[in-house]
Design a protein around this ligand. Structure first.
Ligand SMILES: Nc1ncnc2c1ncn2[C@@H]1O[C@H](COP(=O)(O)OP(=O)(O)OP(=O)(O)O)[C@@H](O)[C@H]1O
Length: 225
């Protein structure tokens, strides 16, 4: 198994006078799912965009296998990013999107033959349900030859069955990739993740159990029962 390591440190980000992210450090390696939790507006999406390289910031160090990248998304084979909101054109059919997204024939066939995608190939992306669309978007990204995936809310608004399908997809790719996941469905994040980081007051804090999530004010007391 290739062992790759993503390290992010010294991230500093302000919006106007508001300091949103303060000296953030986190890491992820191949075979690992790191869950990033935090209240609405604490900066999870901002952090993922900074790591991907599409959002300029005051200071950052993004290292992959020890090499520093200022805009990792511009280098092939490093990172892929699932944005919070749908990103596929609604008026293009799935089989066409697959061909546009992947040039290798074997990868195109792998996606087209997936049991949850094959029945929808002649539909437009805009005709899929939210869960079907999220599954399809993830499948497109997972088949990319990258070392790490940054997933912004892969589970939100998704019914339990599709959450399980998505979990299976992630597990199937752990041999070659590492994942940084954020989602408000914290129970799914806790279930799939090897480690949890809580973003609170601008800092990234390692979390070792539900009790700590409560102490930091992320979950209510009744969630501990
Ligand atoms: N371009 C921008 N200009 C000014 N403020 C912004 C900008 N983008 C985001 N913000 C603010 O920064 C804060 C963090 O936003 P971000 O989307 O990163 O949070 P989040 O943790 O992902 O939230 P959620 O869980 O609700 O999706 C929010 O208060 C948001 O309003």
């Amino acid at each position: 198994m290739p062992e790759n390591k993503l390290e992010v440190d010294s991230i500093l980000h302000n919006y106007g006078y508001r300091q949103l992210l303060t000296n953030i450090y986190l890491s992820c390696k191949t075979g690992e799912i790191v869950g990033l939790l935090g209240r609405n507006g604490c900066g999870k999406t901002t952090l993922l965009k900074i790591i991907f390289g599409t959002l300029p910031t005051l200071n950052k160090h993004i290292r992959i296998n020890g090499n520093v990248y200022s805009e990792p998304y511009k280098s092939e084979g490093l990172l892929a990013y699932l944005p919070q909101h749908d990103f596929l054109p609604a008026n293009i059919k799935l089989h066409k999107i697959i061909d546009l997204y992947h040039k290798e024939q074997d990868i195109r066939e792998t996606i087209k033959q997936d049991e949850r995608i094959q029945h929808h190939l002649t539909k437009y992306a805009g005709e899929l349900s939210k869960g079907e669309l999220r599954y399809f978007e993830l499948m497109l990204l997972l088949e990319k030859d990258v070392k790490f995936l940054l997933l912004d809310e892969p589970f939100s608004g998704i019914a339990p069955l599709y959450v399980e399908y998505i979990e299976e997809l992630l597990q199937a790719h752990l041999g070659t990739k590492g994942f940084l996941i954020t989602d408000h469905d914290y129970q799914s994040v806790l279930r799939v993740s090897d480690r949890i980081i809580l973003l609170a007051d601008g800092y990234a804090r390692p979390i070792h159990g539900m009790e700590e999530l409560y102490q930091w004010g992320y979950i209510p007391a009744n969630a501990l029962k």
